[in-house]
Write a protein that binds this ligand. Structure first.
Ligand code: GLC
Length: 742
């Protein structure tokens, strides 16, 4: 930015002037502190220890007195420490150090702190950016009240392989939706800015391409073209950075043979170079030291040199930095300037959080008591859960349920579960009893309807001993609601699966219950897309309810009784079989595209399976219907700096008020290199009453047309584009073409 323009900005905009002034005050404080710090104290800031709570990785045992290490200024941050009393104790040790530099407390606040919200993949199914931002805002408010300064979230890894357990933690397969959600989550976590007592530092993770692990096997290698990296995996990270993410976390995987933790292309060239990232990068748990088993370095000394040189500022839990950087500096293998840069980045965040003014400002027991579990947090969790539910099938309009039913049988291993509703990466802060099970949710709303219950079977166990009782309850009921799926520990980190079919004998139980001839609603509760073909084809009503958090039971009952008309759409493709994986909607056409899902005439297809997903990206039904009509483009061509206004009418033609997520897809029909058959480029969610019509508008401009060529230049190419407006990626309702001119 030219000096003139900067001076102009500072003169004209007082807010920018204030920010600039604050930043330069902090700069001066950092430099003054840095001058006082010994090399050991500087390296201490780059060292992060796990607290004495539940570890989230293999714990290194070589430090027995962490508090003493903190008092000696050897620790800059501690993770897995929660609660005002606990964090205060550790901070008290820090302020006994020579320079009294406060600690940063980090925690995986992934989908709620005390009030647990739906897992991130479920929230992504809502496509509801304000609701997603609010969810992160509440999580941050509670976490900050609990003494946490920094959440290791949002996880923004694109995931196209449901064998990978961490698919539950992100926003699915699409770069555009993923970028929108990354932005919403960072804004939610950081609120009105660091320094506010309800704001925590966000952490965009895992940098990068962690979700593309070969075979869907966690921590496995990733091998992809740089074009795919820039087109698919980087956009959500760039969105997080543009939204102001304070920190990044690198990933466990190697990318094209270079571990992300030691990958200077990722951290120096892209993140801190091209993207001008001014925050700091923390390694993932032990990943600095894990470059040894990767085979990238011989020992922790080399690991420390490689990681710091590549741009990794803080070493989580591997102790490579604290043990080796002093010697590396003395040997001239690591310049002090690199350490100073890392220390500056970390100290800046501590200043911005106000921790030097008051190290205990986040340790207020009265605020902790007042903020956690507020009823408006609970209400927001219920609303978010409702919006996350995806209606996959509703034959004969079996749903919503009538309040006049004589009896409902609740059958399945997840009917009464509380712990599983919290899902993976939930925290044990709020009491488990605050979680509303499906059974409890139905009890709240069933009125005079008699509820019966039978577990029927376990989740992974193969015993069918419970079938008889389940069938007898089913025969007596007007409607059966089945709750099947996964335990909360079955999908998440280090939970990759080679078989993602509905586990155990649960689908056999569904078959048995359906054989009674009674109407059956199947609820699938899981962290990942599962395979359940028989159920999908034979059950009259199917809903994917993921793991919905504390308000699961109430939200599901709200949807079953029609108090909330389901509006969710899948953020990830659901395969028919594992053999289809990786499966995603924005694929290239190939030279031999199948004409339809059964075409086998020398085309790109499987001879033993239909050529389509079980459920497509963007798919989800409603209790009502929507009609798309009257597509208008204000011009049929545009120049690269021009735009086209697109509009169409959306009408609710059913009898229930409801929300529709309308999706805009584009296809660059002829391009070099190739472009996908369609790419999500915009969407909006709107609510319509029965009969109501609303005009929906989108704008097409360069930002929706550009792509990376094989030189990684972000370009557009003139030519014809196909425009598609749909209710799902495989349910296109309106189409048009337009021309991009030079
Ligand atoms: C874990 C995860 C990472 C998490 C960190 C701290 O291994 O990979 O997402 O933030 O360690 O718990």
């Amino acid at each position: 930015m030219s000096r003139f323009f900067l001076l102009l900005l500072l003169t004209c905009f007082p807010a920018i002037r204030t920010l600039f002034a604050q930043s330069s005050v902090i700069d001066r404080k950092i430099e003054a502190l840095l001058k006082k710090m010994t090399l050991d104290e500087k390296i201490g800031q780059l060292n992060q220890y796990n607290g004495d709570w539940e570890a989230t990785g293999p714990v290194t045992k070589d430090v027995d007195d962490k508090l003493e290490a903190i008092r000696q200024g050897k620790v800059g941050s501690v993770l897995n420490i929660m609660g005002v009393a606990h964090t205060r104790a550790f901070q008290e040790a820090a302020v006994q150090s020579r320079l009294k530099i406060p600690l940063l407390f980090g925690q995986d606040v992934i989908h709620g702190y005390s009030v647990t919200f739906p897992i991130p993949l479920a929230e992504a199914a809502s496509w509801d950016l304000p609701a997603i931002e609010r969810s992160a805002r509440i999580a941050a408010t509670e976490a900050a009240a609990g003494g946490v300064h920094w959440t290791f979230a949002p996880m923004v890894d694109i995931a196209r392989d449901p064998r990978w357990g961490r698919i539950m933690e992100g926003a699915g397969e699409d770069p555009y939706l993923g970028a929108c959600i990354a932005r919403a989550r960072v804004k939610g976590f950081q609120g009105n800015g660091l320094g506010n007592l309800d704001a925590v530092m966000a952490c965009a993770k895992h940098f990068t391409a962690y979700g593309a692990a070969i075979g869907g096997r966690d921590y496995n290698s990733v091998d992809m073209s740089l074009r795919t990296l820039w087109e698919i995996y980087l956009p959500p990270f760039k969105a997080a950075l543009d939204a102001g993410a304070a920190t990044f976390m690198n990933s466990f995987n190697d990318l094209n043979g270079v571990p992300a933790t030691g990958n200077s292309y990722l951290m120096r060239n892209i993140l801190k170079g091209q993207w001008h990232f001014s925050g700091f990068v923390v390694s993932d748990w032990g990943s600095v030291g894990e470059m040894i088993p990767h085979g990238y370095v011989a020992d922790k000394k080399e690991a420390a040199r490689v990681a710091l040189t590549a741009g990794c500022d803080m070493d989580m839990e591997s102790r490579s930095y604290i043990a080796n950087l002093p010697r590396l500096v003395q040997e001239g293998k690591v310049p002090v300037s690199l350490i100073d840069d890392a220390v500056r980045r970390i100290l800046r965040k501590k200043f911005e959080l106000g921790l030097f003014e008051d190290p205990f400002r986040f340790s207020d027991p009265a605020r902790e008591k007042a903020v956690l579990n507020k009823k408006e947090h609970v209400a927001a969790a219920r609303d978010m859960a409702e919006r996350s539910i995806v209606l996959l099938k509703n034959e004969g309009h079996l749903l919503p349920l009538s309040g006049e039913l004589r009896s409902i049988a609740l059958i399945g291993p997840l009917v009464r579960s509380k712990k599983d509703m919290k899902g993976f990466w939930s925290l044990d802060v709020g009491p488990l009893n605050d979680v509303v099970s499906l059974y409890e949710g139905m009890q709240q709303q069933a009125g005079n309807t008699i509820l019966s219950y039978a577990k029927g079977c376990d989740i992974t166990d193969t015993s069918r001993a419970g079938f008889a009782e389940a069938l007898s309850k089913a025969r007596e009921a007007d409607v059966i609601i089945m709750a099947v799926g996964e335990r909360a520990d079955m999908t998440g980190e280090a939970k990759s699966k080679a078989d993602i079919h509905l586990p155990g004998v649960q689908e056999e139980l569904i078959k048995a219950v359906l054989s009674t001839g009674r109407p059956v609603v199947v609820l699938l509760m899981a962290g990942r897309p599962m395979i359940f073909n028989w159920t999908a084809e034979h059950a009259p009503a199917v809903l994917y309810t993921w793991w919905l958090g504390n308000q699961a039971g109430n939200a599901i009952a709200d949807v079953l009784y029609g108090k909330y008309n389901p509006s969710g759409k899948l953020p990830v493709s659901f395969p028919r079989e594992i053999g289809q994986i990786p499966l995603y909607y924005d694929h290239f056409n190939t030279g031999r595209p199948a004409k339809d899902e059964k075409d086998l005439n020398y085309v790109s297809a499987y001879t033993d399976l239909l050529n389509t997903p079980r459920y497509a990206f963007g798919y989800g039904l409603s209790y009502t219907d929507f009609k798309y009509s009257n597509l208008q483009l204000d011009k049929s061509s545009l120049h690269v700096n021009g735009s086209i206004s697109v509009s169409f009418d959306l009408q609710n033609t059913g009898k229930y008020a409801g929300e529709e997520i309308v999706q805009l897809y584009l296809r660059d029909i002829v391009a070099q290199p190739l472009r996908p058959v369609k790419e999500l480029k915009d969407f909006t969610k709107l609510r319509l009453n029965p009969g109501e019509i609303k005009k929906v508008s989108f704008t097409i401009d360069r930002s929706k047309l550009a792509f990376y060529n094989d030189k990684l230049e972000y370009i557009t190419q003139p030519g014809r584009f196909q425009l598609m407006i749909g209710s799902a990626s495989d349910d296109i309702r309106l189409e048009a073409t337009f021309q991009l001119l030079q």
